[in-house]
Design a protein around this ligand. Structure first.
Ligand SMILES: Cc1cc2nc3c(=O)[nH]c(=O)nc-3n(C[C@H](O)[C@H](O)[C@H](O)COP(=O)(O)O)c2cc1C
Length: 468
């Protein structure tokens, strides 16, 4: 969903001729459903509003993401969308009022694309899913978004405390969608492990294929360390239920090698990445691009133009790319100033987006014979942490739900993603998490004054926010 300042006039001018059928050179993918095994042994691109745009998903697939998730769409928004196909590239747009593209996808990603719906109503969830189901392979219910715009309507993380509704939506999706459309859910941890296990049991029994667990609680901030040590118990619990449901870890993974570490700790079937992929969509590969500014941004811009990606979306995604060294400041500055692709002609030309597209298509087509990088099997048994962080002490009910400092929902990501050990915010780590301070951190302290904290952590406090 695009939530940037938007000019319908400019957008309409930038769009090419539209039709309701794909151009002839786009091969229709086979109608095959995803099985739980398709969710296993992979590194996945997480759902990300704004940042999970079509070009980013295609580059993630090219560089080894096994499956990709689209950004969350609220059921009512997609229900009234008009589906149009770009006659040049084959890009499919679901347009809302004033022909604004709310969700775009492409037939080449369909076998690997999960559509995430935000809903608090089983009927609406099913109807919305039916609108898009011919362009995707799976439907996922978002049960983790903690933003007020989602929770006030009973969607997202609000479902975590309304398991009857949550499970009725999943059951309706499974019952009313065709069997080749897989159904999955993405949740967060509850403060107490025993409550998480009860919820997971109910969810798994709805017949879904996959459950993604973002290892933070609803009130934890993005820069607090995910509580991945709590996941092993949950993974084993799901296996013990005897249902064929894949469990995906989400939280804090920074790339393919890191996914192996996380898998060894958690036993999860796969690992899902959001923030690190937002900064570098190639990190799914064992050898990702290390310099984003040298070449990748140019390729990205070219592909975006070819796909007729809305300029505001392209600009936002490029602004989220991060490089260890800033080697092409001129390009960055030009993108910030540009009002459209045509303003970048001198720096980017020639616009060889069709070549970029062809190389992505070739990489995706090659998957039928050569699978993307697989995570090695989970054979290692990691040594237990010094403290037992996997089980919840009896009687622990979690912290009361404190007021969360909500920020603008679309706060630019990554500006100061420094990880904070869970517990620093004193929100609700739920299960005791080892923190490195010898002195307890007082509740309302100024982080810059905290013992053992360096100055940069003060910035963490000022840019902290809740994220999905
Ligand atoms: C820019 C951005 C947008 C997000 N949008 C969604 C979303 O639409 N649906 C969702 O379930 N989670 C969303 N999330 C949360 C991520 O999917 C993920 O759960 C979270 O960032 C933790 O993963 P990480 O530690 O790899 O960042 C978003 C995260 C970011 C950074």
């Amino acid at each position: 969903m695009l939530r940037t300042p938007f000019s319908p006039r400019l957008w309409l001018m930038s769009r090419r001729s539209l039709s309701s059928s794909p151009p002839h050179d786009v091969k229709r993918p086979r109608l095959v459903g995803l099985t739980p095994d398709d969710y296993r042994n992979g590194v996945m691109l997480a759902p990300m509003v704004r940042s999970g745009a079509l070009p980013t998903r295609l580059f993630a697939l090219k560089h080894g993401a096994k499956l990709v998730w689209g950004p969350e769409m609220v059921d009512k928004a997609i229900l009234h969308a008009e589906r149009v196909v770009d006659s040049v590239s084959g890009t499919i747009s679901y347009n809302g009022k004033q022909e604004r593209a709310m969700f775009t996808c492409h037939p080449i990603e369909k076998p690997y694309l999960i559509f995430q719906v935000g809903s608090a109503d089983p009927n609406l969830a099913v109807q919305a899913s039916r609108v898009v189901m011919n362009d995707v392979s799976g439907i996922e219910l978002n049960c983790g978004c903690p933003k007020p715009f989602s929770t006030h309507a009973g969607m997202g993380a609000a479902l975590l405390t309304n398991p009857d509704l949550l499970c009725s939506i999943l059951s309706a999706l499974r019952r009313d969608l065709p069997p080749h459309i897989s159904v999955s859910a993405k949740i967060r941890l509850l403060p107490a492990q025993e409550d998480t296990l009860s919820l997971v049991e109910r969810i798994v029994n709805t017949g879904i294929n996959c459950l993604t667990i973002h290892c933070r609680t609803r009130n934890m901030r993005p820069r607090e360390h995910a509580l991945i040590h709590r996941l092993r118990e949950i993974v084993d619990f799901v296996k013990g239920l005897g249902r064929d449901v894949a469990v995906i870890e989400n939280g804090d993974c920074v790339g393919f090698k890191d996914a192996q570490r996380i898998r060894a700790i958690t036993g999860a079937d796969s690992v899902m990445i959001a923030t690190a992929a937002e900064a570098n969509p190639t990190i799914f590969s064992p050898s990702p691009l290390t310099s984003i500014e040298d070449g990748f941004i140019l390729s990205y811009l070219r592909l975006c133009k070819y796909l007729d990606n809305h300029w505001a979306s392209t600009k936002f995604c490029v602004s989220q790319f991060k490089d260890s060294k800033s080697s092409n400041k001129a390009l960055r500055a030009a993108v910030i100033k540009a009002k459209g692709y045509s303003d970048l002609g001198a720096l980017v030309g020639p616009w060889t987006g069709s070549d970029e597209f062809a190389s992505i298509k070739a990489a995706i087509d090659a998957r039928t014979t050569t699978p993307p990088f697989s995570l090695p099997a989970d054979e290692s048994t990691p040594s237990p942490p010094e403290e037992d962080t996997t089980t919840t002490p009896s009687g622990w009910r979690g912290n009361p739900d404190p007021a969360v400092v909500y920020e603008a929902p679309l706060l630019p990501a990554n500006e100061c993603r420094l990880m904070v050990p869970a517990g620093v915010s004193r929100q609700d780590p739920g299960t005791p998490t080892p923190i490195t301070f010898s002195t307890a951190v007082p509740l309302f302290l100024s982080l810059s004054d905290a013992p053992g904290l360096n100055k940069s952590w003060a910035g963490v406090a000022s840019c902290s926010g809740t994220r999905w």
